[in-house]
Design a protein around this ligand. Structure first.
Ligand code: 5GP
Length: 178
Protein backbone atom coordinates (compact mmCIF):
# COMPACT_ATOMS: atom_id res chain seq x y z
CA UNK A 1 0.00 0.00 0.00
CA UNK A 2 1.34 3.51 -0.78
CA UNK A 3 2.12 5.60 2.28
CA UNK A 4 0.46 9.02 2.76
CA UNK A 5 2.57 11.54 4.67
CA UNK A 6 0.62 14.63 5.81
CA UNK A 7 1.75 17.95 4.27
CA UNK A 8 -1.18 20.33 4.92
CA UNK A 9 -4.24 19.70 7.08
CA UNK A 10 -7.74 20.86 6.19
CA UNK A 11 -7.27 23.76 8.65
CA UNK A 12 -3.88 24.77 7.16
CA UNK A 13 -5.40 24.83 3.68
CA UNK A 14 -8.37 26.89 4.84
CA UNK A 15 -6.06 29.53 6.37
CA UNK A 16 -3.85 29.75 3.29
CA UNK A 17 -6.77 29.89 0.85
CA UNK A 18 -8.40 32.73 2.78
CA UNK A 19 -5.15 34.76 2.85
CA UNK A 20 -4.70 34.37 -0.92
CA UNK A 21 -8.39 35.17 -1.56
CA UNK A 22 -8.10 38.38 0.46
CA UNK A 23 -5.13 39.49 -1.64
CA UNK A 24 -6.93 38.65 -4.91
CA UNK A 25 -10.07 40.50 -3.77
CA UNK A 26 -7.99 43.56 -2.99
CA UNK A 27 -5.89 43.42 -6.21
CA UNK A 28 -8.96 43.06 -8.45
CA UNK A 29 -11.25 45.56 -6.71
CA UNK A 30 -13.34 47.30 -9.41
CA UNK A 31 -12.28 44.78 -12.07
CA UNK A 32 -14.31 42.21 -13.93
CA UNK A 33 -12.48 38.98 -13.12
CA UNK A 34 -12.73 35.67 -14.94
CA UNK A 35 -11.53 32.81 -12.77
CA UNK A 36 -10.41 29.94 -14.96
CA UNK A 37 -9.97 26.60 -13.22
CA UNK A 38 -7.73 23.92 -14.68
CA UNK A 39 -9.52 20.57 -14.49
CA UNK A 40 -9.54 18.22 -12.90
CA UNK A 41 -7.03 18.91 -10.12
CA UNK A 42 -8.11 22.48 -9.27
CA UNK A 43 -11.83 21.80 -8.79
CA UNK A 44 -11.79 21.75 -4.97
CA UNK A 45 -9.29 24.60 -4.60
CA UNK A 46 -11.28 26.78 -7.02
CA UNK A 47 -14.57 26.11 -5.28
CA UNK A 48 -13.09 27.11 -1.90
CA UNK A 49 -11.19 30.09 -3.32
CA UNK A 50 -14.18 31.71 -5.07
CA UNK A 51 -16.30 31.39 -1.92
CA UNK A 52 -13.69 33.48 -0.09
CA UNK A 53 -13.58 36.21 -2.75
CA UNK A 54 -15.43 39.43 -2.00
CA UNK A 55 -15.51 40.67 -5.62
CA UNK A 56 -17.88 39.59 -8.40
CA UNK A 57 -16.36 36.87 -10.59
CA UNK A 58 -17.22 34.75 -13.59
CA UNK A 59 -16.05 31.13 -13.46
CA UNK A 60 -15.05 28.84 -16.29
CA UNK A 61 -12.96 25.71 -16.63
CA UNK A 62 -10.41 24.41 -19.04
CA UNK A 63 -9.17 20.89 -19.24
CA UNK A 64 -5.60 20.09 -20.13
CA UNK A 65 -3.83 16.81 -19.85
CA UNK A 66 -0.11 16.40 -19.48
CA UNK A 67 0.12 13.38 -17.22
CA UNK A 68 -1.10 9.85 -17.85
CA UNK A 69 -1.80 7.72 -14.83
CA UNK A 70 1.75 7.91 -13.46
CA UNK A 71 3.73 10.51 -11.53
CA UNK A 72 6.05 11.71 -14.30
CA UNK A 73 5.00 14.29 -16.89
CA UNK A 74 4.54 12.98 -20.42
CA UNK A 75 5.73 16.43 -21.60
CA UNK A 76 2.85 16.62 -24.06
CA UNK A 77 -0.02 18.98 -23.30
CA UNK A 78 -3.45 18.49 -24.80
CA UNK A 79 -6.46 20.80 -24.54
CA UNK A 80 -9.47 18.60 -23.92
CA UNK A 81 -12.12 21.18 -22.93
CA UNK A 82 -12.57 24.66 -24.36
CA UNK A 83 -13.40 27.93 -22.58
CA UNK A 84 -16.97 29.20 -22.99
CA UNK A 85 -16.60 32.78 -21.66
CA UNK A 86 -15.36 35.47 -24.05
CA UNK A 87 -11.96 36.57 -22.66
CA UNK A 88 -11.41 39.64 -24.83
CA UNK A 89 -10.42 42.61 -22.61
CA UNK A 90 -11.04 40.57 -19.46
CA UNK A 91 -8.78 40.08 -16.46
CA UNK A 92 -8.18 36.35 -16.31
CA UNK A 93 -6.95 34.46 -13.25
CA UNK A 94 -5.82 30.90 -13.93
CA UNK A 95 -6.42 28.65 -10.93
CA UNK A 96 -4.15 25.59 -10.92
CA UNK A 97 -3.65 22.81 -8.39
CA UNK A 98 0.13 22.45 -8.66
CA UNK A 99 2.89 23.90 -10.82
CA UNK A 100 5.67 21.41 -11.45
CA UNK A 101 7.75 21.88 -14.64
CA UNK A 102 5.56 24.88 -15.52
CA UNK A 103 5.13 23.60 -19.09
CA UNK A 104 1.34 23.27 -18.75
CA UNK A 105 0.98 26.88 -17.60
CA UNK A 106 3.42 28.24 -20.17
CA UNK A 107 1.28 26.57 -22.84
CA UNK A 108 -1.97 27.80 -21.26
CA UNK A 109 -0.83 31.43 -20.87
CA UNK A 110 0.18 31.52 -24.54
CA UNK A 111 -3.14 29.98 -25.56
CA UNK A 112 -5.13 32.48 -23.45
CA UNK A 113 -3.20 35.44 -24.85
CA UNK A 114 -4.55 34.53 -28.29
CA UNK A 115 -8.01 35.70 -27.04
CA UNK A 116 -6.74 39.25 -26.30
CA UNK A 117 -7.47 39.35 -22.57
CA UNK A 118 -6.63 42.51 -20.60
CA UNK A 119 -4.41 40.51 -18.24
CA UNK A 120 -3.57 36.92 -17.37
CA UNK A 121 -2.35 35.99 -13.89
CA UNK A 122 -1.68 32.68 -12.18
CA UNK A 123 -2.89 31.40 -8.82
CA UNK A 124 -1.74 27.98 -7.67
CA UNK A 125 -2.44 25.94 -4.59
CA UNK A 126 1.04 24.40 -4.67
CA UNK A 127 4.28 25.58 -6.22
CA UNK A 128 6.68 22.64 -6.57
CA UNK A 129 9.84 24.16 -7.94
CA UNK A 130 12.49 21.42 -8.14
CA UNK A 131 11.72 20.37 -11.74
CA UNK A 132 10.75 23.80 -13.12
CA UNK A 133 11.56 24.10 -16.83
CA UNK A 134 9.43 27.01 -18.02
CA UNK A 135 10.07 30.54 -16.84
CA UNK A 136 6.59 31.47 -15.63
CA UNK A 137 5.52 34.08 -13.10
CA UNK A 138 3.25 32.73 -10.39
CA UNK A 139 1.24 35.60 -8.90
CA UNK A 140 -0.51 33.84 -5.98
CA UNK A 141 0.60 30.68 -4.15
CA UNK A 142 -0.84 28.96 -1.10
CA UNK A 143 2.13 26.72 -0.38
CA UNK A 144 5.64 26.16 -1.78
CA UNK A 145 7.30 22.74 -1.78
CA UNK A 146 10.56 21.46 -3.11
CA UNK A 147 9.71 18.03 -4.50
CA UNK A 148 7.61 14.89 -4.17
CA UNK A 149 4.26 13.71 -5.49
CA UNK A 150 1.28 15.20 -3.68
CA UNK A 151 -2.31 13.99 -3.49
CA UNK A 152 -5.55 15.06 -1.84
CA UNK A 153 -7.75 18.20 -1.96
CA UNK A 154 -8.36 17.63 -5.70
CA UNK A 155 -4.97 16.15 -6.60
CA UNK A 156 -4.94 12.53 -7.70
CA UNK A 157 -2.75 9.57 -8.33
CA UNK A 158 -4.39 7.43 -11.06
CA UNK A 159 -7.71 9.19 -10.22
CA UNK A 160 -7.52 8.25 -6.53
CA UNK A 161 -7.22 10.45 -3.41
CA UNK A 162 -8.87 13.60 -4.88
CA UNK A 163 -11.49 13.50 -2.11
CA UNK A 164 -9.04 13.67 0.83
CA UNK A 165 -9.61 16.93 2.76
CA UNK A 166 -5.88 17.42 3.43
CA UNK A 167 -2.77 17.29 1.24
CA UNK A 168 -0.36 14.36 1.48
CA UNK A 169 2.96 13.32 0.08
CA UNK A 170 2.45 9.96 -1.66
CA UNK A 171 5.26 7.49 -1.16
CA UNK A 172 5.16 4.55 -3.53
CA UNK A 173 7.22 1.43 -3.04
CA UNK A 174 9.29 0.16 -5.96
CA UNK A 175 6.61 -2.29 -7.27
CA UNK A 176 3.97 0.45 -7.30
CA UNK A 177 6.00 2.97 -9.30
CA UNK A 178 4.96 3.35 -12.95
P1 5GP B 1 3.64 20.81 -15.13
O1 5GP B 1 3.25 21.07 -16.56
O2 5GP B 1 3.81 22.07 -14.33
O3 5GP B 1 4.83 19.91 -15.04
O4 5GP B 1 2.48 19.92 -14.50
C1 5GP B 1 1.31 20.45 -14.00
C2 5GP B 1 0.29 19.37 -13.80
O5 5GP B 1 0.91 18.11 -13.50
C3 5GP B 1 -0.59 19.67 -12.61
O6 5GP B 1 -1.70 20.42 -12.98
C4 5GP B 1 -0.96 18.28 -12.13
O7 5GP B 1 -2.07 17.81 -12.86
C5 5GP B 1 0.24 17.43 -12.47
N1 5GP B 1 1.15 17.29 -11.31
C6 5GP B 1 2.40 17.80 -11.18
N2 5GP B 1 2.92 17.49 -9.99
C7 5GP B 1 1.97 16.79 -9.34
C8 5GP B 1 1.89 16.21 -8.02
O8 5GP B 1 2.80 16.28 -7.17
N3 5GP B 1 0.73 15.56 -7.72
C9 5GP B 1 -0.32 15.45 -8.59
N4 5GP B 1 -1.40 14.78 -8.17
N5 5GP B 1 -0.28 15.99 -9.82
C10 5GP B 1 0.85 16.65 -10.19
Amino acid sequence: MPELIPVLSKEDIHKRVSVVARKISSDYRNHELVVLGVLKGAFIFLSDLVRHLTIPVKVDFIRLSSYGSGTVSSGKIKLTQKIEIDLKNKDVLIVEDIVDTGLTLAYLVEYLNSFDPKSVKICTLLDKYERRKADIKIDYTCHVIHEGFLVGYGLDYAEKYRNLPGIYHLQLNSEERP
